[in-house]
Design a protein around this ligand. Structure first.
Ligand code: TNX
Length: 565
């Protein structure tokens, strides 16, 4: 799976970074571009070297020379915001490496090459920049796109402004570098709960853009919960008619029409991000149970719910309700699958506290059968591992605490440990031919408070601490392979950073909790384990922070990082 051996690993990454930074200083006299030192890229590339040569300068003569299948679309995706930021025309031209005419890249150009023979994997790429131009090479369009996201971080942060009046004083310099990169894990998700509080389409698109910057490639949308149903389902219109009117705290609701959802999927696809839709079943279903009486065992619709409790709702396992429940499952999951080009459908399964164990096993069978019938690969929270009859290859999503979780003085007062059965439930997916997405709550739940300053930018009390408080350093120090005892690297499909929105109502609050900790999880998911280095990460965050500033992201300027003013 991982062909990291094709890249001779650079042994002393940290030392090289420091040395190369000095080299950059020496060769450009520009160690400090508009207040921002060039410090590298987040997540750290597998190999990153600042070269000896002069930097590349992007000018109005630059063209994007696209070579190979799919390169042109990637070039256009990169060019559109870059044109707005620079005011340069940045035409995309079809390149031909063999020719010696206008289709050959010049030293003022960016050359974007898809070469199936490059053996770089789906998401790997190389990037070489200097006075001779910039060349990004990948085996597939996804890797080429990810290479452009590295280039984005190598450019001055003004590249993020959609307004060319803010050009950097020193010019559009790209340091001379040589990068060979590929991800550690194939699945690197941002989980966003749009059910507890709704998040408008445009805000989701903004988030996708920032995910791309961090090389996250899965947007997991938690679309349904007790407090709201957020996706139009034609066969069951009251799911949104009734079920979308609520949210935590009573601030109103909202939902995505099918066209809204398609916009999200399309915008994500342009950035090589896969949308994983989650319909949380059989618990976390009060919104559905309030919309349709026939889904309740007693045939009485539930009251809408706007609180923050979990574990009180359940689909009905009673055979007397089987017709309605199974029709609901088949209709909902097939409509969701039809809207979703990606390979996965997530059926929840967490905290089934209001479902008798036998009923849970029965419902898990019916839910996962209906989900697998859509042709998608099923993903479920680890509790569904209680069943030994999952569709082969079902992916387990582990959210309980890390095995090594220990109480720290700043954590909540009562002892918190993983539930004893959680690890076995996670391993059950492996035994049934699946793999795991790891999202332990004490490390990757971005709705957990920062320990030192819980109040958000609006002065609100933000987040919870049921699993832990989480510092940037704690998020960064996470070792996925130690989340559950006995995991092999190959058992891990990937990682997710989750933002549950019980306490989060506004975009600034969302951004304050998500950034910069999501960057730590992105690096855990992307960078080789032995290239990780906390001090280097903090230094590279300075550059990332400048880009986030230019994007207007209200991230938390946590201590220990020398954030640019
Ligand atoms: C647990 S973990 C939940 C969510 C909450 C979250 C709050 C999991 C799959 N379920 O329902 O929103 O904690 O941190």
């Amino acid at each position: 799976m991982h062909r990291r051996s094709t890249f001779p690993r650079f042994p002393f990454v940290a030392a090289a970074l420091v040395g190369a930074l000095l080299a950059l200083t020496a060769c450009t006299g520009e160690p400090d571009r508009n207040g921002v030192v060039v410090t590298g890229i987040v997540p750290a590339p597998a190999e990153f070297e600042l070269a000896d040569g002069s930097p590349f300068t992007l000018t109005d003569a630059a063209r994007l020379v696209a070579v190979g299948g799919g390169a042109r679309a990637v070039a256009e995706t990169f060019a559109a915001p870059a044109r707005a930021a620079t005011g340069f025309p940045l035409p995309v031209v079809d390149g031909d490496a063999e020719a010696s005419d206008d289709s050959t890249a010049r030293s003022t150009d960016l050359e974007l090459v898809v070469d199936a023979d490059a053996a770089l994997g789906n998401e790997g790429y190389t990037l070489v920049s200097g006075a001779d131009g910039v060349r990004i090479t990948a085996s597939a369009p996804a890797g080429l796109f990810l290479g452009t996201q590295s280039l984005r971080q190598l450019l001055p942060a003004e590249i993020e402004h959609a307004d060319a009046t803010r050009s950097p004083d020193g010019g559009w310099l790209v340091p001379a570098v040589s990068i060979a990169d590929e991800p550690r894990f194939a699945y690197r998700a941002s989980l966003v709960d749009v059910a507890r509080n709704f998040i408008a389409v445009d805000d989701v698109l903004d988030h996708l853009d920032r995910m791309a910057l961090l090389k996250l490639n899965v947007l997991h949308l938690h679309l349904t919960d007790d407090q709201g149903w957020r996706l139009q389902i034609d066969a069951w219109p009251e799911l949104t008619g009734v079920g979308a009117s609520t949210s935590v705290g009573g601030g109103g609701g909202g939902f995505y029409t099918k066209d809204d959802y398609r916009r999200i999927v399309d915008y994500a696809a342009e950035r090589f991000i896969t949308v994983v839709p989650e319909i949380d079943l059989p618990g976390h279903t009060n919104a559905a149970l309030s919309a349709y009486p026939e889904l309740n065992c007693d045939g009485v619709a539930r009251e809408p719910y706007e609180g923050v409790e979990v574990g009180f709702s359940s689909l009905c396992a009673d055979p007397a309700r089987a017709e309605a429940t199974d029709r609901f499952l088949a209709d909902v999951l097939s409509e969701v699958a039809e809207l979703t080009p990606g390979p996965w459908i997530h059926v929840g399964g967490d905290e089934p506290l209001a479902t008798e164990h036998d009923d849970f096993l029965d419902l898990v069978g019916r839910i996962t059968t209906a989900a697998a019938a859509t042709g998608k690969t099923v993903i479920a929270y680890h509790e569904m591992g209680a069943s030994s009859e999952l569709p082969p290859g079902t992916i387990g999503h582990y959210w309980d605490l890390t095995a090594a979780h220990e109480m720290a003085p700043n954590r909540r007062d009562e002892p918190v440990r993983p539930y004893p059965e959680s690890a076995g439930q996670a391993r059950s997916f492996l035994e049934q031919g699946g793999r795991l997405v790891l999202a332990p709550a004490d490390t990757t739940y971005l709705d957990m408070m920062y320990p030192d300053r819980p109040a958000g930018p609006l002065g609100t009390e933000l987040g919870t601490r049921w699993a832990s408080t989480i510092t940037l350093e704690e998020a960064y120090a996470w070792r996925p392979e130690e989340t559950v005892e006995g995991l092999e690297e190959s058992d891990i499909l990937g990682v997710a950073a989750s933002i549950w929105t019980e306490t989060i109502e506004t975009v600034p609050d969302f951004e304050f909790m998500v950034f910069p900790r999501i960057a730590a999880i992105a690096e855990v998911g992307w960078s080789p384990a032995d290239a990780r280095d906390e001090a280097g990460f903090r230094t590279r965050l300075v550059t990332l922070g400048a880009h986030l500033d230019a994007l207007g992201v209200a991230y938390r300027k946590v201590g220990g990082v020398d954030w640019a003013e």
